[in-house]
Ligand binder design. Sequence first.
Ligand code: DGL
Length: 285
Amino acid sequence: MPAQFGLSPVISGSAPIGIFDSGVGGLTVLKEIERQLPKESILYVGDTARLPYGDRTPGEILEFVREIIAWMMGKQVKMVMMACNTSSALALEQVQAEFPVPILGLIHPGARAATKAGQRVGVIATPATVASNAYRDAILEADARTQVWQVGCPRFVPLIEGDRLLALETKQVAAEYLSPLLAANIDTLIYGCTHYPHLEPVLRSLLPSQVQRINPAVHMVRAAAKELELLNLKNPGPARPPQFYVSGNPQQFAHLSERWLGYQPLVGQVSFVPVAAPSLHSQGQ
Ligand code: DGL
């Protein structure tokens, strides 16, 4: 295992859980952790200088994810939750093999929950997540009888990061993205990007009430709770206030996130440094 990524021997339950996203999408995961695991401390990273991830190549996404997790290892996190579907779709298996820390993604928990909810599943996600087919594959692996429709939604993240949640344009764009899924008569919809639960009021208003809406974060955090228990890494509590770092403008993130957090957080700035692909720790090197 490469020494620079080694888990500290003193790592304990009181260490924070690291979560990251390109921007404010990860706040929907933070909320879910606070709801299900209120005693856990959280280190939040938003790679705002490089968003949206959804338009990036798989190679770029893997590089960014490596840099963020390497930085989090320096902050002694005890676990990493990818609060970003695009990263989960394109980099999870690779970084799980590279870093000696439990790393959880959103795709499989979300896909399994969807197959329990229905048989005609729609997925809205970033173009990169849709192109990877990660959700389609995971859904069919969970239940091969399920039918899947995927729609890439490139305009959602810029609208959310631009604080345009209530704009008429946002509703029109949402109606456009949902229209092929409604035509396919879906019974279940996966929010395949962590930004999208921020659009819940708009999306709910456009969907028939019988369509089940799946937020994969609910299911990833449930899995994380089990894993912390198993590894004996639960924090006896109390949680410290979450720490926030972004690669872009801290004030802009603090201002935008107030809407969901209910307070303006203190936000630090981080510059990520390129990381060479570490040798795989699963090979014991
Ligand atoms: N919120 C992220 C996701 O879940 C990334 C969105 C983006 O930056 O395009 O996919």
